[in-house]
Design a protein around this ligand. Structure first.
Ligand code: GDP
Length: 297
């Protein structure tokens, strides 16, 4: 699982503090130095680390703790609270349209886990909310992607609308949306094309789909394993598309986890779900407090 080495290092830093009797300002500074290094090594964005350590230091060194309390526990609590704040404070639920269907557009670079996530979330909504989703196969550049979505649709027993690869994605979305209206599907997922890197053609196509479908959610799927690249991708997509949320996949892998910790603070957009494996049930709603607890161990 992600964060193992980060957790170990943060625990070490805080353990040292717990051994002290009365905690001095210099003890706190020493701990903060270690926390700072641990976060940077976990590939957390530099500015995010800087802000985070400043907030913790200010509270821990300030009158809030040292004058009145000598408990390391209090300082650990501050670390937890500030990490939770960095991660977004509260879980942000999926947007829902007042009238059906709620349209969820899913974007991301190729290989990030976009198509898998469409299947995971459709399955999640079907199981938990009795939803009747329709999946639209909009990745016309890779025939394998359409096939993959159809296979996933069969596995979770959710219909997939596709028109092969010879029709423009915008037209596919137009017809898919019309079908969803007719069939009274309550959720429509638009699986869009990914590229190996961000380019104008990709962005323009996504903008066209956005204009046509006016999605309630524009989720960007990023791969935690790609570290700072995931953060950069999130920044560009957000600038161009105004995404409504982020999905961080592959947190089960041997990743240092820095991307997951940075994205909210860098983009201002909430992480809504995380992917924790290849199976279609390996999806979790993102809760900043629980994630902080998990990281701090
Ligand atoms: P897309 O190109 O963005 O649509 O990516 P895919 O959905 O095809 O996923 C690419 C690969 O990542 C596949 O082998 C998936 O099984 C795998 N994958 C997706 N999400 C996760 C995850 O949360 N954890 C792990 N370990 N693998 C994942």
């Amino acid at each position: 699982m992600a964060f193992e080495s980060l957790t170990e290092r943060l625990q070490d830093a805080m353990k040292k503090l717990r051994r002290k009797g009365k905690i001095t300002e210099s003890d706190v500074r020493e701990m903060m130095r270690e926390i700072r290094l641990a976060l940077l090594e976990a590939d957390v964005n530099f500015n995010v680390v800087k802000d985070f350590t400043k907030r913790v230091s200010d509270r821990a060194v300030g009158s809030e703790v040292l004058d009145t309390l000598t408990s390391a526990q209090q300082i650990v609590k501050i670390v937890d609270e500030e990490l939770t704040a960095t991660l977004g404070q509260e879980a942000v639920p999926l947007n829902k349209s007042p009238k059906i269907p709620t349209v969820i557009m899913v974007s991301g670079l190729q290989g990030a886990g976009k198509t898998t996530f469409v299947g995971k979330l459709a399955n999640f909504l079907k199981k938990n909310n009795d939803a009747r989703p329709l999946l639209i196969a909009g990745d016309v550049y890779r025939p394998a992607a359409i096939e993959q979505l159809k296979v996933i649709g069969q596995q979770i027993d959710v219909p997939v609308f596709d028109m092969g690869t010879d029709v423009s994605p915008v037209e596919i979305v137009r017809q898919g949306m019309a079908l969803a209206q007719e069939q009274k599907n309550d959720y429509v997922f638009i699986d869009t094309a990914g590229r190996l890197h961000i380019d104008d053609v990709l962005m323009n196509e996504l903008k066209e789909i956005k204009e046509l479908a006016t999605p309630d959610e524009i989720l960007l799927v990023v791969d935690a394993m790609t570290g700072q690249d995931a953060v950069n991708v999130a920044e560009s997509f957000n600038e161009q598309l105004s995404i409504t949320g982020v999905v961080v996949t592959k947190l089960d892998g041997d990743t240092r986890g820095g991307a997951a910790l940075s994205i909210r603070a860098v983009t201002g957009k909430p992480i809504k779900f995380v992917g924790t494996g290849e199976k279609l049930t390996d999806i979790e709603v993102f809760h900043p407090d629980r994630m902080s607890g998990r990281i701090l161990g």
